[in-house]
Write a protein that binds this ligand. Sequence first.
Ligand code: PLP
Length: 442
Amino acid sequence: MKHTDDKNDYMASYWMPFTPNRAFKETPRLYKSAEGLYYKTTDDRKILDGFSGLWCSNLGHCHPKITEAIQNQAAKLDYSTAFNFGHEGAFELANVIAPQFPETLEHVFFTNSGSEAVDTALKMALAYHRINGEGTRTRLIGRVNGYHGVGFGGISVGGMVNNRKFFGSLLTGVDHMPFPYNAEKDAFTRGEPDTDPMEYLSELEQMIKLHDASTIAAVIVEPMIGSAGMFLSPKGYLKKLREITEKHGILLIFDEVITAFGRLGKANAATYFGVTPDICTMAKGINNAAVPMGAAIASKKIYDTFLDGTKAGVEFFHGYTYSAHPLAVAAGLAAQEIYKEEGIYDKVTSNAKYFEDGIHSLKGSPHITDIRNIGLAGGLTIAQRDGVVGARAYDFFLKAYEHGVALRPNGDTIAIAPILTSEPKNLDPIFDALQKAANEIN
Ligand SMILES: Cc1ncc(COP(=O)(O)O)c(C=O)c1O
């Protein structure tokens, strides 16, 4: 018999992702329902969601319009293959998404996750160059501490050591630019640091000299660094990166899995920073995460190259059984309508200063060695205890949960990403829990 009434046995079969399984199963945190800004636990505690699920439930949980759209769709068309067939919603959703990105980004390819969106973007870049007669452009460049999901493409261009070191030699021909943040100089900066971006980007120029531009397909970055703990590159960094890549015919990919759809107060970070890459990934907020979905949007130049370069048949040998799944699309159409109707992006912009002041008011609190923010995203660095990476930050996370707020620990950092519909009065309990956590842990 595999399962008994014993709590730990009951939990044994499920191998949990990115979770210390042993510790979790000793002291589980189980949600049974959610509504708006709150989760309800199995022991009937109300938990304020200070992380929008996982940077994804931007519009709050179980939004009635999204729930209704999914229910209706499930009863009407539960599944349709996206290979050689379509359904109207998929075209409609692409038409709603594309105009929200900078003008030259026009064509949306649907996936089921951020990781798949990243792999799709990397494959688009490689195939684009090959079809364009530049098949020598096979190198990819990411960044130290970058997070681009967990596919082999994503972990190859990603730069978080634990996500890479267990998994063999990964993709070949990948290089990494330096992490563009220096806590010694930039700690407690509000928004983007003032450092000269060339302090970090001159290394990219060196890489281009070393490998020669003719071997480099694409550079991929998170325009706001999320999973490493919410960090920002310096003012002007992304513009300069665009200039350098463009000069050398290298495609620029923004991984917007957590920034697309409102986190910074705009539809996406490309718009916020005024920089147009060649491809953007997205996921999560695209449909409020109510059904798994991701996408990559490519420039007209890329799409036309694929179509013009293929005489007949399939132009891009890539796609997923669940690409543009009708339920994900229905949730997407509903979510996109809500972003617009409820003026969510402007709401984020108007609450961003309150959020900034709130989290920076923690400066001087025990153990907090850095505070960062942009839009409705924040990051703290928590001093290590006895040189052990992450131990104190994990205690901080547990203490905040004890005080009724769910956050995200990663290494020595805590990230905060309130649901975008939050009013200032809903942000106060987050600041309060952060303060109590800092005061109460040792
Ligand atoms: C920038 C970025 N890219 C990719 C991903 C991977 O997304 P998923 O977990 O949906 O595969 C994430 C997830 O947080 C992310 O933050």
